[in-house]
Write a protein that binds this ligand. Sequence first.
Ligand code: SF4
Length: 453
Amino acid sequence: MIARARPDRSTARRWVYMPEFAQEQLPRYTSYPPANRFHGGIGHGAVATALGSLPARSKLSLYLHIPYCQKLCWYCGCHTSVPTQADPVESYVAALEAEIAQVAALLPQDARVGHVHFGGGSPDILSPAQIDRLFRALRAGFVFAGYPEIATESDPRGLSPEVISAFARNGLTRASLGVQVLDAEVQQRINRIQPRESIESAIDALRRAGVEGINIDMMYGLPAQTLDHVVETATFAAMQDVDRVAVFGYAHVPWMKKHQKGIDTNELPEGEARFRQAEAAARTLEQAGYLPIGFDHFAAPGDSMAAAERRGELRRNFQGYTDDNAVALVGFGASSISSLPGMIYQNVADTARYREALSERRSPVVRGVVLSEDDMQVARMIERLMCDFTVELPDEWLRDPPLKLARTIEAGMAELSGRTLSVTALGRPYVRNVAACFDPDLAPQPGKHSLAI
Ligand code: SF4
């Protein structure tokens, strides 16, 4: 068992550029073990047993992946494509309905759904009728808790009044809008033209439809992006009075994501310039009154994520930081990942093969991993470090601390006092580096992971 350290409520961060750490390529640790440890030995039988064995009255979180967009942004790292005649959205929705029914039949009857998240891709590519169908399937298969959080990722460019009202009548409580950058020239370089008025009107329409939680995603490290561009976008987010802002660094991996070849590598801010952009976003948002959450989120003081952080109940899942305390996250759709106590598994990524599996009433699960006791311990330690910036080390780690930890302590990024390991103000921007010290499987794999900052 890992004892829990009292979370450090200080939010102070010192932004000192240390290239040897900032340029390390590391997992984002939205799960542990990470996806490169998944294997094909996990199939329907193991998943069915794990789903059926969830504790009585388990609280569930559901994720629906919609892997389609109207147009591809060149920076995109998501599993998505533009729909074609051979790969239409309509038959994908039918497959999702079938998977929802298939999984619901395996779960304990008294499980309760507390969170539903539509991600992608762009869920707003769905028609209002398709949105209604998916909610009908969800409500037929699952019992929703009193006031579940129902959230969607949205591209402001595709958010029509009809789509907003379809999500709203089905209980939408939160929308995350991809804003990324406001500057028109940078937008051109990333193939995402999005005038600020279109974002403002999307936010206004969502609020008028009764959607209370509005999040903005923004980026740094984009081609030709400057410090001023970052400050401009962060200031815009604060002026919209949104509840949460997530700040992501662009990961340039054109060998994995072909459309990123449209981005001119020579124009990417590198090294300290990139680091200072992360700092500028954080400083702008904090000066506007947002509280830093973990290493890449910012929340208004009254937001539920800020409250969860204060209580030491912040969590990390495949969507990043969350206040969702569900026992199990069940994913639907091509490439979606599910996390149950002791097991993580993933659906086939190819949409045609996903549809084929469901049309033949087969499970679309193709790979995963069963967590050993050691894996679970590492997973808990990494999660608490990333969320609370402190963790109490169990005896075995105290007796035999990881070699890499000494390096982060020497650099002033972490301190060990008794059995309590704390990330310092200097180390907070580098918390992924500290967390990685506990990852026994992390091997240098150039180009596989994103830069630490
Ligand atoms: S809208 Fe979002 S998911 Fe779609 S291509 Fe652009 S960044 Fe990727």
